[in-house]
Ligand binder design. Sequence first.
Ligand SMILES: [Zn+2]
Length: 106
Amino acid sequence: MPKLANLDYLGDFHSHPQFGNSKGTAQLSETDKQSIKETKIELVIAINTSKHRLKWSVSKGELFGSLCDYNIRIAGFYKSKNGEIKQLDIICPYAIGFDSALNCKK
Ligand SMILES: [Zn+2]
């Protein structure tokens, strides 16, 4: 990564999409907990369909809101050198109050 851009590798991200009636969550699975690299950040993005659009907001450190017909929830985690995993607060002032309804095309 440093050879491609002037950025540091902080960690990874992945999504938990809805599967049928089973909603995706923004929490780590047991497999996720084992696969996080020590001293790195892992973002988990839950993607679910919804008939109700939500303005972007933060609750319990998770950022959530709607993008057109999908509800998105983002949580961040950090794994220390001793393997302890802590949930991080997602801070994104730009997204707070954003309403995607005006930008959706049908
Ligand atoms: Zn996962």
